[in-house]
Design a protein around this ligand. Sequence first.
Ligand code: UT7
Length: 323
Amino acid sequence: MRRSRLVGCGAYLPDRVLSNDDLAGRIDTSDEWIRTRTGIGQRHVAADDELTSDLACAASRKALESAGVDAADLDLIVLATSTPDNTFPATATKLQARLGMTGGIAFDVQAVCAGFVCALSVADSMIRSGGADTALIVGAETYSRILDWDDRQTCVLFGDGSGAAVLRAEDGDGTSDDRGVLAVRMRSDGRHYQALYVDGGVSTTQTSGYLRMQGREVFRHAVANLAEIAGEALEAAGLTPADVDWLVPHQANRRIIDATGKKLGIPAEKTIVTVERHANTSSASIPLALAAGIDDGRIASGDLLVMEAIGGGLVWGAGVVRL
Ligand code: UT7
């Protein structure tokens, strides 16, 4: 059975760091409120001349290096972003040119914070159906550009960053012991469009707009849906939460991460948490957490990972991957 094996990953964070205290100096908030309600301690912010494509390129180069794959050998790039460089073309095509990949196809997917799981799903489907052999999947965001820095309910929550992974076609036995992407499950429910959205856009205001969120509503859906979809993905792979070595969740809020782990029965010691350092980097948060877990030696080759995320749409999903 043809599988997509995850053979490398990389991450990039901009140099500039904004602490909770830095924000408390500008708006009516406090380090204590932000830490208690979200687990966030700081966030990285892109330099004025740093674009989403720059972040994506830096993370992608590291992922290709760790995979030992030459960009010329890629035949697919799926870039998840909701903060593209331009309305079109896809930021992925700029990345394609900068990496030196001349064949294949590069395109963006827009599933907000669930973007990386969506990119994983699309690339895995294309690899398994024979449409690609070697894929780069990327999550890259510059949310600092769409934050209303006077709105304390949203601006304290997000950060900029990028993470990437390389997938390569490999033959497996078709069992749950195989290495690679074992199952992905995705859902959306557009009735909650207004729960988390940007109040501008090409067709509405001809401006890029600012992020608006009904935090409590998104929180409620996150806690209700994430464990369920992770359980579905595990079941589709013929596995249970007891088989999981590492939960690599979207990093929006420590309380959501803890509640999801608890519902699944996966202990905190088996969960990668980077929200304290990175805040919510939307589609970049899972590959950033994955790279952090691999770099510090916790996640090892052969480990079984569950990745899950929810975001604007609402869109949510989970992927089960054996490294
Ligand atoms: O990645 C996409 C998915 N997004 C998420 O998963 C986000 C989900 N939502 C959340 O994480 C949480 O709902 C928040 C962190 C956004 C908010 O936490 P909460 O515990 O739901 O707080 P709240 O919105 O109910 O606000 C509680 C209080 C309010 O004051 P009053 O009305 O009780 O007087 C807010 O005005 O906290 C106030 N507040 C703040 N205070 C200090 C809201 N933001 C701040 C702030 N600093 N930054």
